[in-house]
Ligand binder design. Structure first.
Ligand code: FAD
Ligand code: PYC
Length: 418
Protein backbone atom coordinates (compact mmCIF):
# COMPACT_ATOMS: atom_id res chain seq x y z
CA UNK A 1 0.00 0.00 0.00
CA UNK A 2 1.34 3.43 -0.79
CA UNK A 3 0.55 7.03 0.03
CA UNK A 4 2.18 8.48 -3.09
CA UNK A 5 1.34 8.20 -6.77
CA UNK A 6 3.39 5.83 -8.90
CA UNK A 7 4.09 5.60 -12.60
CA UNK A 8 3.95 2.18 -14.27
CA UNK A 9 7.78 2.15 -14.39
CA UNK A 10 8.26 2.80 -10.67
CA UNK A 11 5.60 0.20 -9.86
CA UNK A 12 7.60 -2.34 -11.91
CA UNK A 13 10.91 -1.28 -10.29
CA UNK A 14 9.43 -1.52 -6.79
CA UNK A 15 7.99 -4.95 -7.53
CA UNK A 16 11.52 -6.15 -8.39
CA UNK A 17 12.90 -4.62 -5.17
CA UNK A 18 10.25 -6.49 -3.10
CA UNK A 19 8.51 -3.15 -2.33
CA UNK A 20 11.62 -2.00 -0.39
CA UNK A 21 11.39 1.53 -1.74
CA UNK A 22 7.68 2.01 -1.35
CA UNK A 23 6.73 5.15 0.50
CA UNK A 24 5.16 4.25 3.84
CA UNK A 25 1.51 5.19 4.30
CA UNK A 26 2.12 6.38 7.88
CA UNK A 27 5.13 7.04 10.13
CA UNK A 28 6.20 4.73 12.91
CA UNK A 29 7.17 7.34 15.54
CA UNK A 30 8.68 6.86 18.99
CA UNK A 31 6.08 7.89 21.59
CA UNK A 32 6.50 11.40 23.03
CA UNK A 33 6.56 11.78 26.81
CA UNK A 34 3.05 13.22 26.81
CA UNK A 35 0.07 14.08 24.60
CA UNK A 36 -3.09 16.15 24.76
CA UNK A 37 -5.10 13.02 23.96
CA UNK A 38 -4.25 9.32 23.94
CA UNK A 39 -6.63 6.97 22.17
CA UNK A 40 -6.20 3.35 23.27
CA UNK A 41 -7.02 0.94 20.43
CA UNK A 42 -6.05 1.18 16.77
CA UNK A 43 -9.19 -0.31 15.28
CA UNK A 44 -11.46 1.60 12.92
CA UNK A 45 -13.23 3.45 15.76
CA UNK A 46 -10.00 4.55 17.50
CA UNK A 47 -8.37 5.66 14.24
CA UNK A 48 -11.52 7.51 13.14
CA UNK A 49 -11.64 9.26 16.54
CA UNK A 50 -8.02 10.40 16.19
CA UNK A 51 -8.67 11.60 12.63
CA UNK A 52 -11.75 13.66 13.58
CA UNK A 53 -9.98 15.07 16.67
CA UNK A 54 -7.34 16.45 14.34
CA UNK A 55 -9.53 17.43 11.42
CA UNK A 56 -12.66 18.73 13.15
CA UNK A 57 -11.19 20.07 16.38
CA UNK A 58 -7.58 20.98 15.50
CA UNK A 59 -6.27 18.67 18.27
CA UNK A 60 -3.22 17.10 16.67
CA UNK A 61 -1.02 16.30 19.68
CA UNK A 62 -2.66 12.87 19.75
CA UNK A 63 -1.37 9.28 19.95
CA UNK A 64 -3.21 6.08 19.07
CA UNK A 65 -1.74 3.19 21.08
CA UNK A 66 -2.37 -0.26 19.67
CA UNK A 67 -1.15 -3.50 21.26
CA UNK A 68 -1.03 -5.38 17.94
CA UNK A 69 -1.27 -3.96 14.45
CA UNK A 70 -3.74 -1.36 13.15
CA UNK A 71 -7.08 -2.95 12.24
CA UNK A 72 -6.04 -6.37 13.60
CA UNK A 73 -8.96 -6.60 16.05
CA UNK A 74 -12.64 -6.78 15.11
CA UNK A 75 -12.13 -4.22 12.38
CA UNK A 76 -10.14 -6.77 10.37
CA UNK A 77 -12.35 -9.72 11.41
CA UNK A 78 -15.86 -8.54 10.66
CA UNK A 79 -18.20 -9.22 7.76
CA UNK A 80 -18.57 -5.51 6.89
CA UNK A 81 -22.35 -5.24 6.69
CA UNK A 82 -23.40 -1.58 6.71
CA UNK A 83 -26.98 -0.34 7.23
CA UNK A 84 -28.79 2.20 9.39
CA UNK A 85 -32.22 0.55 9.81
CA UNK A 86 -32.35 0.64 13.64
CA UNK A 87 -35.67 0.94 15.46
CA UNK A 88 -35.31 3.70 18.04
CA UNK A 89 -34.66 7.35 17.10
CA UNK A 90 -31.43 7.60 19.10
CA UNK A 91 -29.81 4.61 17.40
CA UNK A 92 -31.26 5.35 13.97
CA UNK A 93 -29.84 8.90 14.01
CA UNK A 94 -26.39 7.69 15.07
CA UNK A 95 -26.16 4.90 12.46
CA UNK A 96 -27.61 7.20 9.78
CA UNK A 97 -24.90 9.79 10.51
CA UNK A 98 -22.40 6.98 9.96
CA UNK A 99 -24.06 5.91 6.70
CA UNK A 100 -23.98 9.48 5.39
CA UNK A 101 -20.26 9.68 6.26
CA UNK A 102 -19.65 6.32 4.51
CA UNK A 103 -21.20 7.81 1.37
CA UNK A 104 -18.38 10.38 1.11
CA UNK A 105 -15.58 8.51 2.90
CA UNK A 106 -13.40 7.41 -0.03
CA UNK A 107 -13.34 11.00 -1.33
CA UNK A 108 -12.77 12.47 2.13
CA UNK A 109 -9.82 10.16 2.91
CA UNK A 110 -8.60 10.04 -0.70
CA UNK A 111 -8.47 6.28 -0.18
CA UNK A 112 -10.79 3.73 -1.74
CA UNK A 113 -12.62 2.01 1.12
CA UNK A 114 -14.64 0.06 -1.46
CA UNK A 115 -17.98 1.13 -0.02
CA UNK A 116 -20.55 -0.74 -2.09
CA UNK A 117 -24.24 0.18 -1.70
CA UNK A 118 -25.57 -3.15 -2.88
CA UNK A 119 -28.53 -3.13 -0.48
CA UNK A 120 -29.32 -5.18 2.63
CA UNK A 121 -32.25 -7.58 3.04
CA UNK A 122 -33.49 -8.73 6.47
CA UNK A 123 -35.73 -11.71 5.76
CA UNK A 124 -39.04 -12.40 7.54
CA UNK A 125 -40.16 -16.00 7.94
CA UNK A 126 -43.20 -15.70 10.21
CA UNK A 127 -46.16 -13.35 10.59
CA UNK A 128 -44.53 -11.90 13.71
CA UNK A 129 -41.23 -11.35 11.83
CA UNK A 130 -43.16 -9.41 9.19
CA UNK A 131 -44.95 -7.29 11.81
CA UNK A 132 -41.60 -6.44 13.42
CA UNK A 133 -40.15 -5.61 10.00
CA UNK A 134 -43.10 -3.32 9.18
CA UNK A 135 -42.76 -1.54 12.51
CA UNK A 136 -39.04 -1.00 12.00
CA UNK A 137 -39.32 0.16 8.38
CA UNK A 138 -42.12 2.60 9.34
CA UNK A 139 -39.93 3.97 12.14
CA UNK A 140 -36.99 4.27 9.73
CA UNK A 141 -39.05 6.19 7.19
CA UNK A 142 -40.30 8.60 9.87
CA UNK A 143 -36.60 9.25 10.57
CA UNK A 144 -35.89 9.91 6.87
CA UNK A 145 -34.03 6.61 6.46
CA UNK A 146 -34.59 4.66 3.24
CA UNK A 147 -36.37 1.33 3.61
CA UNK A 148 -39.15 -0.73 2.13
CA UNK A 149 -41.14 -3.79 3.09
CA UNK A 150 -41.11 -6.17 0.13
CA UNK A 151 -42.90 -9.45 -0.56
CA UNK A 152 -41.48 -12.84 -1.55
CA UNK A 153 -41.73 -12.19 -5.31
CA UNK A 154 -39.58 -9.06 -5.02
CA UNK A 155 -37.13 -10.84 -2.72
CA UNK A 156 -36.82 -13.66 -5.27
CA UNK A 157 -36.19 -11.12 -8.04
CA UNK A 158 -33.37 -9.50 -6.02
CA UNK A 159 -31.84 -12.86 -5.00
CA UNK A 160 -32.53 -15.52 -7.62
CA UNK A 161 -30.51 -18.20 -5.76
CA UNK A 162 -32.50 -17.83 -2.51
CA UNK A 163 -34.95 -20.68 -1.96
CA UNK A 164 -38.33 -18.94 -1.56
CA UNK A 165 -40.46 -22.11 -1.86
CA UNK A 166 -43.64 -21.73 0.26
CA UNK A 167 -43.28 -25.24 1.73
CA UNK A 168 -39.93 -24.57 3.41
CA UNK A 169 -39.44 -25.02 7.17
CA UNK A 170 -38.89 -21.24 7.33
CA UNK A 171 -40.67 -19.87 4.22
CA UNK A 172 -39.63 -16.39 3.05
CA UNK A 173 -42.72 -14.23 3.66
CA UNK A 174 -40.96 -10.98 2.78
CA UNK A 175 -38.12 -8.75 3.91
CA UNK A 176 -37.00 -5.28 4.86
CA UNK A 177 -34.89 -3.79 2.08
CA UNK A 178 -32.46 -0.93 2.64
CA UNK A 179 -31.00 -0.06 -0.76
CA UNK A 180 -28.38 2.36 0.65
CA UNK A 181 -26.91 -0.38 2.86
CA UNK A 182 -24.08 -2.60 1.71
CA UNK A 183 -20.49 -3.49 2.49
CA UNK A 184 -16.98 -1.95 2.54
CA UNK A 185 -13.42 -3.24 2.58
CA UNK A 186 -12.55 -3.52 6.29
CA UNK A 187 -8.74 -3.14 6.19
CA UNK A 188 -9.03 -0.21 3.80
CA UNK A 189 -11.15 1.64 6.34
CA UNK A 190 -8.43 1.26 8.99
CA UNK A 191 -5.66 2.13 6.52
CA UNK A 192 -7.54 5.14 5.11
CA UNK A 193 -8.18 6.65 8.54
CA UNK A 194 -4.61 5.80 9.67
CA UNK A 195 -3.00 7.50 6.70
CA UNK A 196 -5.22 10.58 7.00
CA UNK A 197 -4.69 10.88 10.79
CA UNK A 198 -0.93 10.49 10.38
CA UNK A 199 -0.89 13.21 7.74
CA UNK A 200 -2.53 15.57 10.27
CA UNK A 201 0.21 14.83 12.85
CA UNK A 202 -1.32 11.99 14.90
CA UNK A 203 1.27 9.46 16.20
CA UNK A 204 0.26 5.85 15.52
CA UNK A 205 2.10 3.64 18.02
CA UNK A 206 1.78 -0.07 17.25
CA UNK A 207 2.95 -3.17 19.17
CA UNK A 208 2.52 -1.29 22.46
CA UNK A 209 0.09 -2.54 25.08
CA UNK A 210 -1.58 -0.34 27.66
CA UNK A 211 -1.22 -2.09 31.01
CA UNK A 212 -2.52 0.56 33.38
CA UNK A 213 -4.39 3.88 33.54
CA UNK A 214 -2.72 6.34 35.91
CA UNK A 215 -4.95 8.74 37.88
CA UNK A 216 -4.29 11.50 40.43
CA UNK A 217 -7.00 13.27 42.45
CA UNK A 218 -9.76 11.75 40.33
CA UNK A 219 -8.16 12.82 37.02
CA UNK A 220 -6.42 10.77 34.41
CA UNK A 221 -2.72 11.62 33.98
CA UNK A 222 -1.62 9.05 31.41
CA UNK A 223 -1.19 5.39 30.62
CA UNK A 224 1.27 2.70 31.67
CA UNK A 225 2.45 0.64 28.73
CA UNK A 226 4.87 -2.22 28.17
CA UNK A 227 7.19 0.50 26.78
CA UNK A 228 6.86 2.80 29.83
CA UNK A 229 4.58 5.60 31.04
CA UNK A 230 3.08 8.10 28.57
CA UNK A 231 1.37 11.19 29.97
CA UNK A 232 -1.94 12.57 28.67
CA UNK A 233 -4.55 15.15 29.66
CA UNK A 234 -7.31 13.02 28.15
CA UNK A 235 -7.57 9.30 27.40
CA UNK A 236 -10.18 7.63 25.17
CA UNK A 237 -10.61 3.84 25.40
CA UNK A 238 -11.80 2.25 22.15
CA UNK A 239 -10.81 -1.38 22.64
CA UNK A 240 -13.99 -3.34 21.75
CA UNK A 241 -13.80 -6.84 23.32
CA UNK A 242 -11.19 -5.68 25.87
CA UNK A 243 -13.28 -2.81 27.26
CA UNK A 244 -13.98 -4.55 30.59
CA UNK A 245 -10.24 -5.14 31.08
CA UNK A 246 -9.38 -1.48 30.41
CA UNK A 247 -12.22 -0.26 32.64
CA UNK A 248 -10.89 -2.39 35.51
CA UNK A 249 -7.50 -0.65 35.09
CA UNK A 250 -9.28 2.61 35.99
CA UNK A 251 -11.25 1.06 38.87
CA UNK A 252 -14.50 1.04 36.86
CA UNK A 253 -16.97 -1.70 36.03
CA UNK A 254 -18.91 -1.61 32.76
CA UNK A 255 -22.18 -3.46 32.03
CA UNK A 256 -20.44 -5.39 29.28
CA UNK A 257 -19.86 -9.06 28.44
CA UNK A 258 -17.19 -10.15 25.96
CA UNK A 259 -18.15 -13.03 23.63
CA UNK A 260 -16.58 -14.68 20.60
CA UNK A 261 -18.27 -14.02 17.26
CA UNK A 262 -17.28 -16.11 14.27
CA UNK A 263 -17.26 -15.68 10.52
CA UNK A 264 -16.04 -17.69 7.55
CA UNK A 265 -15.39 -17.38 3.83
CA UNK A 266 -15.72 -19.85 0.98
CA UNK A 267 -13.58 -20.47 -2.04
CA UNK A 268 -14.08 -17.69 -4.62
CA UNK A 269 -17.07 -18.09 -6.96
CA UNK A 270 -18.18 -16.17 -10.03
CA UNK A 271 -20.51 -13.28 -9.17
CA UNK A 272 -23.82 -14.82 -8.04
CA UNK A 273 -25.06 -12.72 -5.10
CA UNK A 274 -25.12 -8.94 -5.40
CA UNK A 275 -26.96 -7.96 -2.20
CA UNK A 276 -26.52 -8.74 1.50
CA UNK A 277 -28.99 -11.32 2.90
CA UNK A 278 -29.61 -11.66 6.63
CA UNK A 279 -32.00 -13.96 8.46
CA UNK A 280 -32.42 -13.91 12.22
CA UNK A 281 -34.78 -16.90 12.21
CA UNK A 282 -32.49 -19.41 10.52
CA UNK A 283 -29.57 -17.58 12.12
CA UNK A 284 -27.23 -16.78 9.28
CA UNK A 285 -26.20 -14.00 6.93
CA UNK A 286 -24.29 -13.92 3.69
CA UNK A 287 -22.80 -11.64 1.04
CA UNK A 288 -20.28 -12.10 -1.74
CA UNK A 289 -17.00 -10.19 -1.57
CA UNK A 290 -15.48 -8.45 -4.58
CA UNK A 291 -12.95 -11.34 -4.72
CA UNK A 292 -15.84 -13.81 -5.11
CA UNK A 293 -15.76 -15.45 -1.65
CA UNK A 294 -19.05 -15.99 0.13
CA UNK A 295 -18.75 -14.12 3.44
CA UNK A 296 -20.84 -15.90 6.05
CA UNK A 297 -21.60 -15.52 9.76
CA UNK A 298 -24.14 -16.09 12.50
CA UNK A 299 -24.70 -15.37 16.20
CA UNK A 300 -22.26 -15.11 19.10
CA UNK A 301 -20.90 -18.07 21.03
CA UNK A 302 -22.84 -17.92 24.28
CA UNK A 303 -19.93 -18.34 26.68
CA UNK A 304 -17.74 -15.36 27.57
CA UNK A 305 -14.04 -15.36 26.75
CA UNK A 306 -11.10 -13.64 25.11
CA UNK A 307 -9.85 -16.35 22.72
CA UNK A 308 -10.29 -15.12 19.13
CA UNK A 309 -11.83 -18.38 17.96
CA UNK A 310 -15.27 -19.93 18.15
CA UNK A 311 -16.78 -23.32 18.84
CA UNK A 312 -17.54 -25.89 16.17
CA UNK A 313 -21.25 -26.32 16.79
CA UNK A 314 -21.81 -22.65 15.80
CA UNK A 315 -20.03 -23.24 12.47
CA UNK A 316 -22.21 -26.30 11.86
CA UNK A 317 -25.41 -24.42 12.75
CA UNK A 318 -24.45 -21.51 10.49
CA UNK A 319 -23.74 -23.76 7.53
CA UNK A 320 -27.11 -25.50 8.04
CA UNK A 321 -28.81 -22.09 7.94
CA UNK A 322 -27.01 -21.03 4.77
CA UNK A 323 -27.71 -24.35 2.99
CA UNK A 324 -31.37 -24.06 3.98
CA UNK A 325 -31.56 -20.56 2.45
CA UNK A 326 -29.33 -21.31 -0.54
CA UNK A 327 -29.41 -25.05 -1.40
CA UNK A 328 -27.22 -24.23 -4.43
CA UNK A 329 -24.34 -23.39 -2.06
CA UNK A 330 -24.35 -26.79 -0.37
CA UNK A 331 -21.41 -27.99 -2.48
CA UNK A 332 -19.29 -24.85 -2.06
CA UNK A 333 -16.05 -25.49 -0.13
CA UNK A 334 -15.18 -23.27 2.80
CA UNK A 335 -11.71 -21.72 2.92
CA UNK A 336 -11.25 -20.05 6.30
CA UNK A 337 -13.00 -19.48 9.63
CA UNK A 338 -12.03 -17.10 12.45
CA UNK A 339 -13.40 -15.29 15.49
CA UNK A 340 -13.31 -11.87 17.10
CA UNK A 341 -14.28 -10.79 20.62
CA UNK A 342 -17.31 -8.53 20.74
CA UNK A 343 -18.35 -6.41 23.72
CA UNK A 344 -22.09 -6.66 24.29
CA UNK A 345 -24.30 -4.36 26.38
CA UNK A 346 -27.62 -5.49 27.90
CA UNK A 347 -29.62 -3.29 25.46
CA UNK A 348 -27.53 -4.09 22.33
CA UNK A 349 -26.46 -0.44 22.09
CA UNK A 350 -23.02 1.14 22.50
CA UNK A 351 -21.56 3.19 25.34
CA UNK A 352 -20.12 6.55 24.21
CA UNK A 353 -19.43 8.31 27.44
CA UNK A 354 -17.50 10.36 29.92
CA UNK A 355 -16.67 8.43 33.10
CA UNK A 356 -16.43 9.30 36.81
CA UNK A 357 -12.64 9.70 36.21
CA UNK A 358 -12.06 13.18 34.79
CA UNK A 359 -10.51 13.15 31.33
CA UNK A 360 -11.26 9.43 30.79
CA UNK A 361 -13.80 8.43 28.14
CA UNK A 362 -15.12 5.10 26.84
CA UNK A 363 -16.43 4.17 23.40
CA UNK A 364 -17.45 0.50 23.45
CA UNK A 365 -20.31 -2.00 23.58
CA UNK A 366 -20.90 -2.04 19.82
CA UNK A 367 -21.28 -5.79 20.07
CA UNK A 368 -21.82 -7.55 16.79
CA UNK A 369 -22.64 -4.39 14.84
CA UNK A 370 -20.05 -1.64 15.21
CA UNK A 371 -18.27 -1.77 11.87
CA UNK A 372 -21.15 0.03 10.16
CA UNK A 373 -20.89 2.78 12.77
CA UNK A 374 -17.13 3.41 12.39
CA UNK A 375 -17.21 6.93 10.84
CA UNK A 376 -20.16 8.13 12.97
CA UNK A 377 -18.70 6.66 16.15
CA UNK A 378 -15.34 8.36 15.56
CA UNK A 379 -17.06 11.64 14.71
CA UNK A 380 -19.25 11.89 17.84
CA UNK A 381 -16.60 10.45 20.17
CA UNK A 382 -13.98 12.96 18.99
CA UNK A 383 -16.48 15.75 19.66
CA UNK A 384 -17.26 14.33 23.11
CA UNK A 385 -13.56 14.09 24.03
CA UNK A 386 -12.70 17.53 22.56
CA UNK A 387 -15.47 19.36 24.48
CA UNK A 388 -15.68 17.15 27.57
CA UNK A 389 -19.46 16.82 27.13
CA UNK A 390 -21.50 14.38 25.06
CA UNK A 391 -22.08 15.15 21.38
CA UNK A 392 -25.89 15.57 21.01
CA UNK A 393 -26.10 12.22 19.16
CA UNK A 394 -24.00 10.50 21.84
CA UNK A 395 -25.95 11.80 24.84
CA UNK A 396 -28.42 8.89 24.99
CA UNK A 397 -25.52 6.40 24.91
CA UNK A 398 -23.90 7.58 28.13
CA UNK A 399 -23.15 5.09 30.94
CA UNK A 400 -25.81 6.96 32.95
CA UNK A 401 -28.57 5.08 31.14
CA UNK A 402 -27.77 1.98 33.18
CA UNK A 403 -28.59 3.99 36.34
CA UNK A 404 -31.58 5.94 34.98
CA UNK A 405 -33.09 2.94 33.19
CA UNK A 406 -33.35 4.82 29.88
CA UNK A 407 -32.17 1.80 27.89
CA UNK A 408 -32.48 1.71 24.09
CA UNK A 409 -33.43 -1.87 23.24
CA UNK A 410 -32.07 -2.63 19.77
CA UNK A 411 -31.97 -6.43 20.04
CA UNK A 412 -34.46 -6.70 17.18
CA UNK A 413 -32.26 -4.63 14.86
CA UNK A 414 -28.92 -6.01 15.98
CA UNK A 415 -28.92 -8.33 12.99
CA UNK A 416 -27.10 -11.03 14.91
CA UNK A 417 -28.61 -12.46 18.06
CA UNK A 418 -26.84 -11.67 21.33
P1 FAD B 1 -11.34 -3.25 17.17
O1 FAD B 1 -11.17 -3.23 15.70
O2 FAD B 1 -11.42 -4.57 17.85
O3 FAD B 1 -10.18 -2.37 17.78
C1 FAD B 1 -9.85 -2.38 19.15
C2 FAD B 1 -8.35 -2.44 19.23
O4 FAD B 1 -7.94 -2.27 20.59
C3 FAD B 1 -7.78 -3.77 18.78
O5 FAD B 1 -6.98 -3.58 17.64
C4 FAD B 1 -6.99 -4.27 19.99
O6 FAD B 1 -5.78 -4.91 19.65
C5 FAD B 1 -6.73 -2.96 20.75
N1 FAD B 1 -6.48 -3.16 22.18
C6 FAD B 1 -7.17 -3.92 23.06
N2 FAD B 1 -6.62 -3.87 24.28
C7 FAD B 1 -5.55 -3.02 24.18
C8 FAD B 1 -4.57 -2.56 25.12
N3 FAD B 1 -4.57 -2.96 26.40
N4 FAD B 1 -3.61 -1.71 24.66
C9 FAD B 1 -3.58 -1.31 23.37
N5 FAD B 1 -4.49 -1.72 22.45
C10 FAD B 1 -5.47 -2.57 22.86
N6 FAD B 1 -20.22 -5.03 12.62
C11 FAD B 1 -21.00 -4.56 11.59
O7 FAD B 1 -21.43 -3.42 11.63
N7 FAD B 1 -21.28 -5.35 10.51
C12 FAD B 1 -20.84 -6.63 10.42
O8 FAD B 1 -21.11 -7.31 9.42
C13 FAD B 1 -20.09 -7.16 11.49
N8 FAD B 1 -19.65 -8.44 11.45
C14 FAD B 1 -18.87 -8.93 12.44
C15 FAD B 1 -18.37 -10.22 12.32
C16 FAD B 1 -17.46 -10.70 13.24
C17 FAD B 1 -16.94 -12.12 13.09
C18 FAD B 1 -17.05 -9.88 14.33
C19 FAD B 1 -16.05 -10.39 15.33
C20 FAD B 1 -17.56 -8.61 14.48
C21 FAD B 1 -18.48 -8.11 13.54
N9 FAD B 1 -18.99 -6.81 13.62
C22 FAD B 1 -19.77 -6.31 12.59
C23 FAD B 1 -18.68 -5.95 14.77
C24 FAD B 1 -17.51 -5.02 14.46
O9 FAD B 1 -16.43 -5.75 13.96
C25 FAD B 1 -17.06 -4.25 15.68
O10 FAD B 1 -18.17 -3.69 16.38
C26 FAD B 1 -16.14 -3.09 15.28
O11 FAD B 1 -15.21 -3.50 14.31
C27 FAD B 1 -15.42 -2.57 16.50
O12 FAD B 1 -14.41 -1.69 16.07
P2 FAD B 1 -13.35 -1.13 17.10
O13 FAD B 1 -12.44 -0.23 16.35
O14 FAD B 1 -14.09 -0.58 18.27
O15 FAD B 1 -12.64 -2.44 17.65
O1 PYC C 1 -24.89 -5.56 12.46
O2 PYC C 1 -25.66 -5.94 10.45
C1 PYC C 1 -24.99 -6.24 11.43
C2 PYC C 1 -24.19 -7.47 11.38
C3 PYC C 1 -24.21 -8.38 10.40
C4 PYC C 1 -23.33 -9.34 10.75
C5 PYC C 1 -22.76 -9.02 11.92
N1 PYC C 1 -23.31 -7.85 12.30
Amino acid sequence: MSGGSYSGFSLFKNALSYHENWQRAWRSPKPKSDYDVIIIGGGGHGLATAYYLAREHGITNVAVIEKGYLGGGNTGRNTTIIRSNYLWDEAAHLYELALKLWEGLSQELNFNVMFSQRGVLNLGHTLQDMRDIERRVNANRLNGIDGEVIGPAEVQKLVPLLDCSPGNRYPVLGASWQPRGGTARHDAVAWGYARAADALGVDLIQQTEVTGIRRENGRVTGVETNAGFIGARKVGCVVAGNSGVLAAMAGLQLPIESHPLQAMVSEPLRPCLDTVVMSNAVHGYISQSDKGDLVIGAGIDHYTGYGQRGSFHVVEHTMQAICELFPAFSRVRMNRQWGGIVDTCPDACPIISKTPVQGLYFNCGWGTGGFKATPGSGYVFADTVAHDRPHPLAEAFSIDRFYSGALIDEHGAAGVAH
